[in-house]
Design a protein around this ligand. Structure first.
Ligand SMILES: CC(C)(COP(=O)(O)OP(=O)(O)OC[C@H]1O[C@@H](n2cnc3c(N)ncnc32)[C@H](O)[C@@H]1OP(=O)(O)O)[C@@H](O)C(=O)NCCC(=O)NCCS
Length: 189
């Protein structure tokens, strides 16, 4: 720790949060982006959950969210997202600005969608996946867990192998997996 205040708010060491901010008094939000392919955000979220915390969500008042959309916890939805009817969004998900999430799609836990991604209807985006700017996912597409969909990639058929990086139109997998590229494991660690 290098400072005890940030933006006028107190900074507390993680080791001290149980004493300074007990779970009965606060809700947490783990404000981490996609560092180490989402693994840092995943680790902190699950650690805080084990410690007994509940979590806040943020949904921008400038996002369009249909009234029956289900949203988990510790999830952050920026401005200009369009989230259509019957969409389900899991826990610890980040939707950066301007995405379209089509009807009946499910975005599973720990995913990070950057900006201006189009996910069509009836898709299932596997947990921990990262989708780069301007990527396009056709309807009824299944994306396995730990997928990295590159900026501008177009995916029109379901993918089957977890942990691959897809680029281009039509998107093709690269040689390296996300596990190799980011030096991470396939069990969420
Ligand atoms: C897929 C990605 C992770 C690859 O990164 P990388 O491994 O560092 O790749 P490199 O930059 O070394 O490029 C390797 C090759 O792939 C090509 N390439 C990289 N990204 C590409 C993309 N999105 N689509 C098509 N080709 C791509 C490069 O042009 C390069 O080709 P070359 O070998 O013929 O010169 C990255 O390019 C990407 O798309 N990241 C997402 C960016 C994004 O959405 N950021 C938002 C942040 S909020």
């Amino acid at each position: 720790m290098t400072k005890d205040q940030l933006f006028g708010k107190p900074v507390t060491a993680f080791e001290d949060i149980l004493d300074n901010y007990p779970p009965a008094q606060v809700k947490l939000f783990t404000a981490i982006t996609f560092t180490k392919f989402n693994r840092v955000r995943m680790r902190l979220y699950s650690k805080c959950k084990e410690m007994g915390y509940s979590f806040a969500n943020y949904v921008s008042s400038r996002a369009f969210v249909w009234r029956n959309v289900k949203i988990g916890e510790n999830t952050f939805i920026f401005e200009d997202n369009t989230i259509q009817y019957n969409v389900e969004i899991g826990n610890n998900v980040v939707l950066w600005s301007g995405n379209h999430i089509g009807h009946r799609t499910r975005i599973n836990d720990n995913c990070f969608l950057t900006s201006h991604v189009v996910v069509s209807g009836y898709c299932n985006i596997g947990e921990n996946s990262f989708i780069g700017v301007n990527a396009t996912i056709g309807d009824f597409v299944e994306i396995p867990k730990d997928s990295l969909i590159a900026a501008g990639a177009v995916i029109v058929k379901s993918l089957t192998t977890p942990g691959l990086i897809y680029m281009g139109n039509p998107a093709k997998p690269t040689e390296k997996t996300v596990y190799e590229k980011f030096g991470i494991g396939d069990e969420g660690e």
